[in-house]
Design a protein around this ligand. Structure first.
Ligand code: CO
Length: 218
């Protein structure tokens, strides 16, 4: 395929970009001059790369209002310098007050882990989700319906990522210095667009341990 033909695929995006600029500056003439010097988000969003779960749109936040990290199945792995760098920047520089892990039902990454599907390099990433599955196998094996079991694993994965974030040295240090940071776990439904709170909110180390035990004993 010649490059010129492929460039046409981008033309729609440039056109939409110009339309968007027109719309936002008509509504708010200072829009770009205000954002150009600083971003001041209160939220760090850690979500799935799935194209159907875009951070800003779902919760109606404008550019500048949410700092975003996305990967397959919204994971926070302690050796992932990409995620850790985002978290540190958000906490130390941007001083975000809320970190939200946003999972979604029917996540293909979680499904691949549950079904032991082979994908390629992502198998190594998905291995971390299998660890979550294995850790909670006692609960999961009693759920007969495949969809219900997948949905529950999507929820449990969010819970485990909330814990992983709380256990990073970044959050531990920030909490010990009295920085106001809450970590929340939410789940999004592709069926109706509703974002639900998984009631995992933690704001310090004690709460982290207590909430985790409580949520698993339900
Ligand atoms: Co997903």
């Amino acid at each position: 395929m010649p490059a010129n033909n492929k460039k046409q695929d981008l033309e729609r995006l440039f056109k939409q970009n110009r339309t968007w600029i027109k719309k936002v500056t008509e509504e708010d003439p200072d829009y770009f001059s205000r954002l150009v010097d600083q971003q001041n988000p209160e939220y760090l969003w850690i979500g799935c790369s799935d194209s159907r779960v875009p951070a800003n749109q779902i919760v109606g936040l404008k550019p500048g209002e949410v700092f975003v990290h996305r990967n397959i199945a919204n994971m926070v792995v302690h050796t992932d310098f990409n995620a850790l760098s985002v978290i540190q920047f958000a906490i130390d520089r941007l001083k975000v007050k809320n970190i939200i892990v946003v999972g979604h039902y029917g996540c293909s990454g979680i499904e691949a882990a549950m079904n032991n599907a082979r994908i390629g390099i992502a198998d190594n990433w998905i291995r971390h989700i299998k660890d979550v599955h294995d850790k909670h196998n006692r609960e999961l094996k009693h759920i007969q319906d495949d969809h219900a079991r997948l949905d529950r694993l999507c929820e449990l994965n969010v819970l485990e990522q909330v814990v992983n974030i709380g256990q990073t040295n970044i959050v531990q240090d920030a909490w010990s210095m009295g920085q106001d940071i809450a970590i929340h776990g939410c789940i999004y439904s592709l069926r109706d667009g509703v974002l639900r709170d998984l009631d995992t909110t933690v704001t310090d180390t004690n709460e982290l341990n207590q909430r985790y035990q409580q949520l698993l004993s339900k």
